[in-house]
Design a protein around this ligand. Structure first.
Ligand code: FES
Ligand SMILES: [Fe+2]
Length: 330
């Protein structure tokens, strides 16, 4: 599925990455240009209708973006305002434009009508501390979302970082529920884990939740006795057929200023974990291509993937009608 067919908001840039210079971003195998003019943020298809030059290589002049090839200028709505050298009437010329908005440090765009506010993170409101990381991986969106929400890979891919070094597992009850455009797995019975990150951050853990939301949000919540200790929210998008890009927001309660300290300490580990996932996803994708293999086996513990696939195909996940409950050792 490509992102220009996606309904709703997709995170495509960090707000601070869009200054006066136009910024090219990829989504769904297409290129878009973001630029600020007259104090507003705009998003156009990054292709000049004249001879196809990327508008993002041009500059912003008098409230419009100027093509670097022959200097045609387009306003924020994509309407051509100037064709240098032309003395007669200007033909009506348009570049496709897209809705954009900014929230919590991210720029969102929508190829279709989007009336609601974009979702950023479960901890967006309230007294929280958050940090953002970016990551790019050779894979598909469903594969990356599954990886983020998959509790069974952490013992191996992230041994010692997210999990303890011991092979000890605990019986955990998992309940999978869902609705239109979302699915979540709730894990109860997991004791505090022994990995470095868990030790550092989490304190008492009661439940944890992994959730996928259309069109590409993968979110983990780690709960203490009464509230969320830590949440990681990934905004994923398929940039091209080959790559997936993600903005990861990690957030936690401010706890006076302890929250900042924890977030600072957590960031390097978060990056290591991301690199480990990047590495294994890349190796798996390369291997699929080598073998010409697209089929995959769904194991009995792959509780999220069928629902992620259904949601991406705009179907209601099966668990929306009937929650699934199972016990596994994690
Ligand atoms: S290609 Fe853009 S003005 Fe000619
Ligand atoms: Fe992982």
């Amino acid at each position: 599925m490509s992102d220009h067919k996606v309904e709703g908001w997709v995170a495509i840039a960090r707000s601070k990455a869009v200054r006066t210079k136009p910024l090219r971003v990829l989504a769904g195998g297409r290129a878009f240009v973001l630029f600020r003019a007259d104090g507003r943020l705009h998003c156009l298809a990054d292709i000049c209708p004249h001879r196809s030059a990327p508008l993002s290589s041009g500059r912003v002049v008098s409230g419009a973006i100027e093509c670097p090839y022959h200097g045609w200028q387009f306003d924020g709505a994509g309407l051509c305002k100037a064709m240098p050298g032309l003395t007669g009437a200007m033909p009506r010329t348009l570049v496709p434009s897209y809705a954009v908005c900014e929230k919590d440090g991210l720029v969102f765009f929508s190829a279709q009508v989007a009336n609601d506010d974009p979702y950023t993170t479960v901890l967006a409101a309230g007294d929280t501390v958050s940090m953002m990381v970016e990551s790019r991986v050779t894979s598909s969106l469903a594969e990356v979302a599954e990886n983020i929400l998959d509790a069974t890979h952490t013992h191996f891919t992230h041994k010692g970082i997210l999990r303890g070094l011991s092979a000890k597992r605990y019986k955990v009850t998992v309940t999978v529920t869902g609705g239109d455009g979302w699915v979540e797995a709730r894990y109860v019975g997991e004791p505090k884990q022994e990995g470095l990150v868990s030790r550092l951050l989490e304190g008492e853990r009661s439940i944890s939740i992994g959730r996928f939301r259309y069109p590409g949000i993968a979110e983990l919540e780690f709960w203490g006795a009464k509230s969320i200790n830590l949440a990681t929210t990934f905004h994923l998008r398929q940039e091209t057929a080959d790559t997936v890009h993600g903005f990861g927001i990690l957030s936690g309660p401010r706890q006076r200023n302890l929250g900042y300290l924890k977030a600072l300490l957590f960031k390097p580990f978060f990056r290591i974990a991301l690199r480990q996932d990047q590495h294994i996803l890349h190796a798996a994708e390369k291997n699929r291509r080598l073998f010409g293999e697209r089929r995959q086996m769904f194991g009995p513990l792959d509780i999220m993937r069928p629902h992620i696939d259904a949601i991406l195909a705009r179907q209601r996940p099966e668990v929306a009608e009937k929650p699934a409950v199972l016990v596994m050792e994690l």
